[in-house]
Design a protein around this ligand. Sequence first.
Ligand SMILES: *[C@@H]1O[C@H](CO)[C@@H](O)[C@H](O)[C@H]1NC(C)=O
Ligand SMILES: *[C@@H]1O[C@H](CO)[C@@H](O)[C@H](O)[C@H]1NC(C)=O
Length: 434
Amino acid sequence: MPRLSTWTLSVLPLLVLSVAYLAQSYISPLGPAPHLGFGLRWYGITFSSLVGHAQALVMSPFHALSKAQLALSGVAVDAAADVDPRPKFKRRIVAVGDIHGDLLNAHRVLQMARVVDEDGLWTGEVDVFVQTGDIIDRGDDTIALYEWLEELREQAHGMGGIMISLLGNHEWMNAIGKPAEYVFPSEVETFGSISKRQRAVTTGWLANIWASNYTTAARLPLHALLGPPNTDYPPPEDSQYQRANAGPLSHAAFSFVHGGLAPSYPNLQPFPSAINNISASLFHRLRSRDPQPPPHPPHAYPGLPAGTTREEARLYGSDGPLWYRGWAEEGDEARLCAQADQVLQKTGTRRMVMGHTPNLHSIVAKCGGKVLIIDTGISHAYGGVLSALSVEYTLEPVDGGGWREQEVVKALYADQDDELLAHATRDLAENELF
Ligand SMILES: *[C@@H]1O[C@H](CO)[C@@H](O)[C@H](O)[C@H]1NC(C)=O
Ligand SMILES: *[C@@H]1O[C@H](CO)[C@@H](O)[C@H](O)[C@H]1NC(C)=O
């Protein structure tokens, strides 16, 4: 952490530069505009939020600005001092697959990817951190992991970052009442007893966290113009993001689910709310069972509750987003990639990211990185490589007009060389963005 004096000294220049930046940004197509209304958290470039953060800093000198926000004051410096007033947009995303009860390895992975520091605190160097589910089972650290991740969520929020958490098939199995074969007795002890554990995952604190802060699917726009995380594709007619999502940036987004988005799955649109609404209603149905089924074993596995709709059952079925393994299967790559294109087209995305099917040696990229399978068995239960997916997205002005979009997708490893999985650039004409 930089010292206090550094923060204090940065306040005044930040305010001055903000004013200069405001003046310049009005002639920029990416500058303040009515539909750019929600501030630094997503744009990192609007005036009011710069001032807001500077003010927060003045009023609360112990509240440090994140490095992302500092980088932002760097944007302001460039914009004010340079000839080209059009700001560069940059976003760094990290995604991590199945963690399965291993706090130590999870910490190593997040630290390696610079999501957290050595004390396990949010660094602010990453704009969005995504975890694709299966945090529970096969290890002892269930409680510690969820508690840590909820703390991180708060820290991220306070520093302008975002954490996206998905439910995996193991979270669902526990919520339904079928944990038995994957749960270690030593893990049950951390909850006190099998029935206390059962309560936590069905109606208790863990079920509450899942219900409020986890979803089954996520769509993450790469650029703020397309809206915040989980902006639907296609967007509704009256959406402020309608225009951007129909323009040249339209599919500049990634999807994240635990298992995979099958081409045959009927509820791909609008993405992700069709899936997440079904997910929320099934989750609610499970939580409102009264009485809750007794723990399995010794009692029988209860299965999905009475009244489960066909859509809810399909969500949890073998071609649903929680269990599907089709993208991990070997086979005719050309056919698979054609199917991937269909799914990407429907979901308004360029690449789809998933966990669930471990490859213990590396992150698996297919179809030029359009299909990214990031479960490398990082829990010691599997003993796979410690990995994280890193995405760096930039949209920057090109000298003489126009914009260049760039996506750099990498596999980061703790104990082997990082690997470039995809590097895509696109040039956009000056007037194409609006
Ligand atoms: C969900 O996350 C927020 C922080 O973003 C936190 O305040 C809230 O307590 C969490 N929900 C539950 C049920 O823990
Ligand atoms: C999902 O649920 C929200 C809130 O209930 C609703 O506004 C929205 O229209 C639903 N979307 C779909 C696709 O069902």
